[in-house]
Design a protein around this ligand. Sequence first.
Ligand code: UGA
Length: 442
Amino acid sequence: MSVIGAGYLGAVHAACMAELGHEVVAIDTDAGKVASLAQGRAPMYEPGLDDLLARALATGRLTFTTDYALAADADVHFICVGTPQRHGENAADTSYVFGAADALAPHLTGPTLVVGKSTVPVGTAARLRDRIRSIAPAGDDVRLAWNPEFLREGFAIEDTVRPNRFVYGVDSPATDPGRADTDLLDRVYAEPLSTGIPRLVVDFATAELVKVAANAFLATKISFINAMSEVCEAAGGDVVALAGAIGMDDRIGPKFLKAGIGFGGGCLPKDIRAFMARAGELGADQALTFLREVDAINLRRRARMVDLAREACGGTLRGKRVAVLGAAFKPNSDDIRDSPALDVAAACRMAGARVTVHDPKALDNARVRAPELDYADAVTECLAGADVVLHLTEWTEYRELDPAELIALVAAPVVIDGRNALDVDRWRGAGWTYRALGRPTV
Ligand code: UGA
């Protein structure tokens, strides 16, 4: 098989498919990325990925290249390129998807299956099929399927080989049983399917929508609890206790109800915006108006965090030292795309504070994105002389810090927990003033 695009999705997919026993050629236009992957170095931090790459490369079943001609013999081609938010717009930029298809198609000389995995606006698969067929020498012998990916950063390998479901979007599943496409995908995923993971066969549009609907639901769940957090702040309630209580109803469930500074990353924020934009194009904009509110609640939490920091510093951040624990958009990742943590840090800096950021993995990326901030390789260095400490990404190592040891380092022992993840009693017991979003009474 070929895997086109060796970013988060593609690099993990390629390595996992080789691990499952397939012959994989992974193609990316970035020669630097290809060279480092070929030496077993992933372009991002993902637990277990470097080891997996080393194992897969050693078998000889995995190769990385910039040359699309090497994809010519593959039975199946996975398109795994990014679909970022278009500059200045809500819509997704699908130019990499169509660019990949244009580069691949001239090499498709016989019957083959192209499988889209990228997150795309509904309607893309049908357009992509027509485009590839119009370019490929094999014409209509090229088939297309849509097989969305649900991997979470930090759990990318597990989510690829043990997803909670496989979704295959095939061409007209009702009239044409789509058996050939389904059978081929079943062969690709034979090992995980043998463990009983469900697999659903649907049409293109449904497959494309499953992905964005899932991300929209997750974003809505987070913003719901963050809206409750705002109400708790106004009414004097405790959002953590509230989330625990409603989560015990198994129709609601406890997952994705962690209140804090909200969601970020390369997926949830841009996916809900692209979904709204696409619904608008389809004349169904009213159906998704609520996602505008989901987005707004999410961004308000970042602003509220800055307000709490300002309050803690006596009404102004000007000239204050702010220590920020966390830069990545979530723990176990070095990804700082639309990171709430980095956004809050930058806003404190804009408000006149001197901000020092620590993160176990994301500092190199953060330094490039926000060079105006100071960075510390050690937590102790980050906290030195701080007027307030902001806990913004819930890395395990921050939960394991000893607040009694740290108190001597800071100018004022005030911690604001933007992820509701620290042990309140421990920090309080060690003499810290502890504040958190949605917990005015704690
Ligand atoms: C998300 C989805 O969870 C994946 O299923 C999907 O495949 C992926 O996007 C994608 O489209 O590629 P990911 O971006 O890795 O995965 O991150 P999540 O674990 O969903 O977390 C997103 C953000 O929500 C993080 O900033 C996290 O801190 C925040 N979050 C999560 C909360 O604020 N509260 C919660 O309760 C859960």
